[in-house]
Ligand binder design. Structure first.
Ligand SMILES: Nc1ncnc2c1ncn2[C@@H]1O[C@H](COP(=O)(O)OP(=O)(O)O)[C@@H](O)[C@H]1O
Ligand SMILES: [Mg+2]
Length: 361
């Protein structure tokens, strides 16, 4: 003990010199003081006068300082262990009798282990709290943006839809009155396409399952309807669409929402396939087991990297020049509200989206 007291400053200097300390550490001045406190605790431990509570309080303080300093926790552990090693080295040099050496090393280890445990525990607790606050902020921020986007898009849709409905109506009257007038069918087709796009835009930004309840949906009729809706896009882009509807299948579900999800996935597939020069394939299939119906929407477009297969479902993630990045986010919200799951698998050949839709009794 006397030996420890005599060599305090040599030991502390060596410890500080061998430690990893950043120049911009805001608690740099505290580090040496902490080393002195630790040394004091060791002397107390050797004379049996220290309390665990005192050590814990000290360790918590250091844990907090290390978090504020933004250090790497590995560096911190390294520094603590460096102190331990130096002390052991000194003790061997002092040539203590065997039983004293043993008791010293035991005390030293238990003190340093306890210190490390409490400091790292505190550090991790605080770090997690910090992370939680940040995630919460990000989520709230996303939600705000989504709400604004929802408002903009629904007013946008209504501003456009009313005149469009009028134009479609008058065009129809014109066709009836002048059946031989050229180009009216083309106008009709383009107007329908525009109407569809606008409706789809409204759908992608709407997450609430509203108004209508569940109903019994004939899946093959739903597919026929989807096929019609995207007919123009598949033909224009020379996409071979295959729908595998093996048997008549009914599903008790929210029809409009399910349609919206499938339409979103189909539109994304069409966008992806445009990046391919030929043999564009889009396949839709369903399988059924006792608990669920599984929809698979696949295309042979570009691969989605493994690490992105989850990110694509985050709001505002988009790789398209005019993308909104909310389509898949809304799909996920809807499917989860229905009690199902949606995920993506992709390799060099195929990109597939799977929807597991529960069958309610
Ligand atoms: N079938 C697909 N093949 C390749 N990438 C896809 C596919 N579907 C979605 N993605 C990727 O996921 C992103 C997010 O899609 P989405 O949420 O629908 O937003 P947006 O279509 O507006 O970009 C897309 O920008 C694209 O990078
Ligand atoms: Mg999309």
């Amino acid at each position: 003990m006397l030996f420890l007291i005599e060599h305090q400053s040599t030991f502390i200097n060596e410890w500080i010199n061998m430690s990893v300390i950043e120049n911009d550490d805001p608690h740099k001045a505290e580090i040496e003081k902490n080393a002195v406190t630790m040394y004091g605790l060791l002397i107390k431990a050797l004379s049996d006068t220290y309390s665990e509570a005192e050590l814990q309080e000290f360790a918590y303080k250091v844990g907090k300082q290390r978090l504020e300093a933004g250090i790497n926790i590995g560096d911190f552990i390294f520094n603590v262990n460096t102190g331990r090693s130096i002390l052991i080295k000194y003790c061997f040099q002092a040539q203590l009798p065997h039983h004293e050496l043993e008791s010293f090393v035991n005390n030293l280890n238990s003190l340093f282990d306890s210190f490390c445990y409490h400091a790292v525990k505190r550090y991790t607790q605080l770090k997690n709290r910090e992370l939680h606050t940040k995630t919460k902020y990000i989520n709230e921020n996303h939600m705000d943006k989504l709400a604004i986007l929802g408002q903009i898009s629904s007013s946008f849709v209504h501003e456009f839809r009313n005149p469009l409905t009028a134009i479609i109506g008058f065009n129809k009257i014109l066709r009836d009155e002048y059946p031989d007038l050229k180009y009216l069918d083309i106008i009709q087709h383009e107007l329908n396409e525009l109407n569809f796009r606008i409706t789809q835009f409204l759908h992608t930004s709407k997450t609430e399952i509203v108004k209508k309840g569940k109903e019994n949906v004939a899946i093959d009729l739903l597919f026929d309807n989807l096929k019609q809706l995207c007919y123009a896009s598949t033909v224009d882009n020379k996409i071979n669409l295959t729908i595998d509807k093996a048997k008549p299948l009914f599903l008790y579900t929210f029809k409009d929402e399910l349609k919206q999800v499938l339409l979103n996935l189909i539109m994304n597939s069409i966008d992806a396939l445009k990046q391919r020069s030929s043999s564009r394939e889009l396949r839709i299939s369903t399988t059924k087991n006792a608990k669920e119906v599984i929809f698979v929407i696949s295309n042979n477009g570009p691969m989605i990297e493994e690490e992105n297969t989850k990110t694509i479902f985050e709001p505002f993630y988009t790789t398209k020049e005019l993308g909104t990045g909310i389509g898949l986010f809304v799909c996920k919200q809807i499917i989860e509200k229905i009690g199902g799951t949606i995920y993506c698998k992709s390799d060099e050949n195929w990109t597939s989206f799977f929807i597991h839709h529960p069958i309610s009794s």
